[in-house]
Design a protein around this ligand. Structure first.
Ligand SMILES: Nc1ncnc2c1ncn2[C@@H]1O[C@H](COP(=O)(O)OP(=O)(O)O)[C@@H](O)[C@H]1O
Ligand SMILES: O=C(CO)[C@@H](O)[C@H](O)COP(=O)(O)O
Length: 481
């Protein structure tokens, strides 16, 4: 038996690049064991992963947790948002999942927006104007390009739903992740029959939306897993909503997450509805809202630039007037799904380290441009920005965010905030507490605060100028090149 003070719970983050599992003492928040296993994502035109890989990675991550996982009384899964998982009558994937960063459905996003009353309609009805990331656009793409896959589909799931269902045998989701589909009406908090009919998706194929604090099911017999039969399974949620739980976030505190995606968000009491499409009006996993902006090019894009230059990711140098828009995967914020990377202002005396700094600046500029739109008007502009995700461990990321935001930056010591949020959700099932209150009791946001420095307005203005001047080039679709 472990020396834990309370029951043990398991929190999982099934994100784009890997699955991470934490075994946590529900009394203290102490992480008693952890494991991690990678996934592969296709490159080229689309971004796809086989959902069965996520299950194998979950089993491996739990195996690494050793005996502690056997003692868990409850488990919860947080996962990458939006991915379209199509299952056949035996619960097997019909085809690989289309991931959030697959931009092939950009034409369907535009078309759906126009066909159903425009951006205002979508923002008001679902909280968001659909971009290529949203599940509804992926379903429309599949119907157009692979109608046989659509015909074979008997269940439609999100990544975290897929794993939860393999644990419990029941098709469930939660409001946080459902709000990123594009077919969940934030106005009525239910599936939107009109939108579903428009895209030809039978609501009977969708999972039940489990309420906050409700048990999604219990672990069914499985010889692959360390859990006992009957272990409680919480609703789980999307990874950003899980991280908000993991930080015990209160309204008005801004978060920036630096991972495969870059995100900025805050909890809000007001239901968001941004017709410009910059802010996605997600629900959080409790009963509030999670206005959020997301970029497709964050740590992977900057690491790719470092690799091209043959530099360590920390080998940045200041002082150049060179601009690099690191849109290697197209971009969502700003809405430029067909864009590619763009370099401007290169001189004989520009160093490789300065080019790398320009990639960090470009990635952070996109996120900061959306931060004010995410925050309510009454949010405190001097509140520290909480910096999380794999990139938050890097000094170059920390210093870039600090310089370009002009805000104090707090870096929580806890590394896996998505998995911790899922663990807090699982703990809440056992104790009856609000999961965000569990995380506050665990003091998960604790970490050093880097004092504010003067905001680097010159760099921000230069990047904004290049972005605006290069708009025709960045907006051009592949067909018109
Ligand atoms: N010490 C570090 N400094 C800077 N970046 C890091 C560091 N450690 C990890 N990363 C970056 O974090 C990314 C993974 O972050 P993570 O939040 O786990 O991603 P995701 O949840 O999208 O899979 C990697 O792409 C890597 O570039
Ligand atoms: O699309 C979004 C949010 O809208 C992304 O934030 C995904 O949820 C993927 O997250 P990571 O794997 O980068 O954590």
């Amino acid at each position: 038996m472990s020396a834990a003070e309370g029951p043990l719970v398991v929190g999982v983050d099934t994100s784009t690049q890997s699955t991470k599992a934490l075994v946590v003492d529900a009394a203290t928040g102490q992480v008693v064991a952890s494991g991690q296993a990678p996934h592969t994502v296709t490159t080229g035109a689309g971004r796809e992963s086989d959902p069965r890989q996520w299950w194998d990675a979950l089993c491996e991550a739990l195996r690494q947790c050793g005996d502690a996982a056997h003692e868990a009384a409850a488990v919860s899964i947080g996962g990458q948002q939006h991915g379209l998982v199509t299952l056949d009558e035996w619960g097997e994937p019909v085809r690989p999942a289309l991931l959030w960063n697959d931009v092939r459905s950009a034409p369907q996003a535009r078309r759906l927006t126009e066909e159903l009353g425009g951006a205002e309609f979508w923002a008001e009805r679902t909280g968001s104007v659909p971009a290529a990331s949203f599940t509804v656009t992926k379903w429309a793409w599949l119907a157009e390009h692979e109608p046989e896959a659509v015909r074979a589909t008997r269940a439609v799931r999100l990544p975290h739903d897929y794993l939860t269902e393999r644990l419990t045998g029941q098709g469930t989701t939660d409001r946080g992740d459902a709000s990123g589909t594009g077919w969940w009406a934030s106005e009525s908090e239910s599936y939107d029959a009109g939108i579903l009919a428009h895209v030809g998706l039978d609501p009977a194929l969708l999972p039940r939306v489990v309420r906050s604090g409700e048990v999604a099911g219990t672990v069914r017999d499985s010889h692959e897993l360390p859990f006992s039969k009957g272990t409680l399974v919480a609703a789980g949620t999307g990874d950003n909503a899980a991280a908000a739980l993991g930080l015990g976030l209160r309204p008005g505190t801004p978060v920036m997450s630096l991972g495969t995606s870059g995100t900025v968000y805050a909890v809000s009491r007001r239901r968001p509805a941004d017709p410009t499409g910059t802010v996605a009006g997600f629900a959080d996993a409790r009963g509030d809202w999670l206005p959020l902006a997301c970029t497709l090019n964050c740590t992977l894009a900057v690491d790719r630039v470092a690799a091209l230059l043959g530099l360590d990711r920390e080998a940045v140098e200041p002082g150049a007037a060179v601009t690099l828009l690191p849109f290697l995967d197209g971009e969502r914020t700003p809405d430029l799904p067909h864009a590619s990377g763009l370099l401007h202002g290169l001189r004989h005396d520009t160093s490789a380290g300065q080019l790398l700094q320009a990639a960090y600046d470009g990635a952070v500029h996109s996120l900061l441009g959306a931060l004010d739109l995410v925050l309510d008007e009454d949010a405190d502009p001097s509140a520290p920005l909480l910096l999380i995700g794999g990139g938050a461990r890097g000094t170059a990321w920390q210093q870039t965010v600090r310089r370009l935001s002009g805000r104090p930056v707090q870096v929580p010591e806890a590394k896996e905030l998505v998995a911790l949020g899922a663990a807090a959700q699982a703990a809440g099932l056992l104790t009856g507490e609000d999961p965000a209150a569990v995380a506050r009791r665990w003091d998960t946001a604790r970490g050093p605060v880097l004092e504010a420095v003067e905001r680097d307005e010159e760099t921000l203005a230069r990047i904004a100028g290049v972005l605006s001047d290069a708009a025709p080039l960045l907006e051009r679709s592949p067909q018109s090149r």
